[in-house]
Write a protein that binds this ligand. Structure first.
Ligand code: CA
Length: 229
């Protein structure tokens, strides 16, 4: 993950940065709100750790500007010393995704960031669901892989929709058969052959497909390179 840490306390910023880098992530820093805002807009971070009490522009205003004016949907984890319900509610109102009160455990920061980033891999952009190189638009049932339109049968679309509404969750064969075919009597190979078609259709130029078989159980939608939840 590439993480921007917007925090004016050099000890806290340093600890967070050292920890995240020791875990294989990349950390960037801003020590005041105005710099933080510009860095967040100018660069493409996977997540932002945001302190509330900042010189220049406070964390809540920064978050609001990021979502409003700059229209950025990068996940924001708020860190603050204020353990007050009103503050937490206000942070969510401003568009924050999660909230941790100081003092916090560094491992919890990382766990929360990972979870935010994983959720974003199924993020909604203009009502489309974006998963790595596969984009599904539920409004008009259009699918693209690396920008190329993919034509799927109604049953395959229904399967894809079911799977990608809950990425990384294992769907049993019985569940998928029920959702797509209702009470219809199926020959034993029907689901398997549809999943085969779907997997092939969604395979990208790297040879990777988000459709994964979970042997003996069913299938799951696991976009390549998406951090696992
Ligand atoms: Ca502060």
């Amino acid at each position: 993950m590439r993480v921007l840490i917007i925090e004016d306390d050099p000890d806290i910023a340093g600890n967070l940065g050292d920890f995240l880098e020791s875990r294989g992530h990349l950390a960037d820093f801003a020590h005041d709100g105005v710099t933080g805002f510009y860095r967040a807009v100018a660069d493409d971070f996977d997540a932002i750790i945001l302190d509330l009490g900042l010189p220049g522009l406070d964390g809540m205003c920064l978050c609001k500007k990021l979502r409003g004016e700059a229209r950025r949907d990068v996940p924001v984890l708020i860190l603050t010393a204020r353990d007050i319900l009103e503050d937490k509610l206000a942070a969510f109102e401003c568009g924050a995704d999660d909230y941790l009160v100081k003092p916090f455990a560094l491992r919890e920061v990382e766990a929360r960031l990972k979870s935010l980033v994983a959720r974003r891999c199924g993020r909604v952009v203009d009502s489309k669901l974006v998963f790595d190189r596969v984009v599904f638009d539920p409004a008009n049932l259009a699918v693209t892989v690396e920008g190329r339109a993919v034509h799927l049968s109604r049953k395959c679309l229904r399967l894809l929709e079911t799977l990608c509404r809950a990425p990384n969750r294992v769907h049993t064969r019985a569940e998928l058969e029920h959702v797509v075919w209702g009470g219809e009597q199926l020959v034993s190979d029907t689901l398997r052959s549809h999943m085969h078609m779907l997997r092939r259709a969604l395979t990208d130029s790297r040879g990777l497909s988000p459709i994964e078989t979970v042997h003996g159980i069913g299938y799951r939608f696991a976009p390549p390179h998406a951090p696992q939840a």
